[in-house]
Design a protein around this ligand. Structure first.
Ligand code: AKB
Length: 332
């Protein structure tokens, strides 16, 4: 039986047996639930399993398959892949930049040891593997304006170091063992119905909630701190697109993707168009500021645009309009 795709940006059709069987690790973070929703529309509800070590909210639990999966437990993860005949794995478990600096041993275990388990299981079971990387995989000696795909990568956070390691290990497994490894370097991701956890770019989500709730926002970065950013729908679209891209289109296995760059002052001005009374103050967090100062200001994603047709839909005004239409600027 042929099943037509309902993802508007693709026109491919699949037979049911062609559908990937998907596992998402770290599925209760900022991106997993939204990704599961997108993939379930495309591949069928029961072909997409969300997993985490935390207990899901009722709406998440009842919207499709959810299981406990601990990426540090090799046997548990392997059993899940085998029992569910998984063919695609999206590996979202990770500690982000700020929280990683606060607990380096845990970040090292989750982001590096966990990745080793995932790589081995993916290679052994012939999975297509997606691992997100980040603007945080660059550091103070990288070109920052713009930052190309291939340049010096000497990050100074455990998060960044672990993501460079993931990029290199994934590519090594690809060339050495034929693992179908695919990786995107995400900018800061902005979403309305899910919260980021422990990143440096989180302020760009928090400002919307504080503008609506209290009309006051205290920013932990300097007003001129420019960083690459993206709306969640663009991020999830790019993730599905790279996973579906024909292997011959990919001249690389790790791509930068981008949509916009702004600093806190520019974002605040755009938010004030909806909440004119918003008061913004700055109380710089030295650890987060140092991290942001070492990251790209503008991200060069021309290779993604050329190789597999990457194109973002949301710029800054569009992003702010969409956030307020979700969060409801009149709910104060
Ligand atoms: C973080 O701020 O740590 C993340 C990222 C840019 O990877 N949002």
């Amino acid at each position: 039986r042929q099943v037509a795709s309902d993802a508007s940006f693709h026109s491919v059709t699949f037979s049911e047996s062609d559908h990937p069987r998907v596992l998402i690790t770290g599925g209760l973070g900022q991106l997993g639930v939204g990704l599961a929703k997108l993939l379930r529309k495309r591949f069928g509800k029961n072909n997409v399993i969300l997993s985490d070590i935390r207990k899901p909210a009722d709406n998440v639990f009842y919207s499709g398959p959810f299981i406990f999966a601990d990426i540090l437990d090799y046997k548990n993860l392997r059993e899940i892949v085998v029992n569910n005949r998984i063919t695609w794995l999206f590996h979202y478990s990770a500690l982000l930049s700020a929280v990683g600096e606060a607990n380096v041993p845990l970040a090292r275990a989750v982001n590096i040891t966990g990745l080793h388990n995932v790589l081995d299981i993916a290679a052994e079971h012939n999975l297509r593997l997606f691992v997100p990387s980040t603007i945080g995989a660059f550091g103070p000696t990288s070109p920052r304006d713009p930052t190309p795909d291939l340049c010096i990568q000497r990050p100074r956070t455990i998060y960044g170091v672990s993501k460079v390691h993931a990029e290199l290990m994934g590519e090594y497994y690809h060339y050495r063992y034929g693992l179908d490894f695919r990786c995107l370097r995400y900018p800061g991701i902005i979403s309305a119905d899910s919260q980021p956890g422990g990143g440096t770019t989180d302020y760009a989500v928090q400002i919307f909630h504080d503008a609506i709730k209290t009309g006051k926002f205290k920013c932990y970065l300097r007003p001129d701190t420019r960083l690459p950013m993206m709306y969640i729908d663009d991020c999830l679209k790019a993730t599905l697109e790279i996973m579906e891209a024909p292997a011959e289109a990919l001249t690389m296995r790790t791509y930068n993707i981008n949509a916009m760059s702004f600093n806190p002052e520019e974002l605040a001005q755009e938010v004030q168009k909806y909440v004119p009374e918003l008061q913004v103050t700055y109380n710089v967090d030295q650890v987060k500021q140092a991290i942001a100062d070492s990251w790209p200001m503008n991200f060069d994603d021309s290779n993604a645009r050329r190789d597999w047709g990457w194109k973002h839909d949301y710029d800054l005004p569009e992003l702010v309009t969409t956030m307020f239409s979700y969060l409801g600027s009149d709910s104060r």
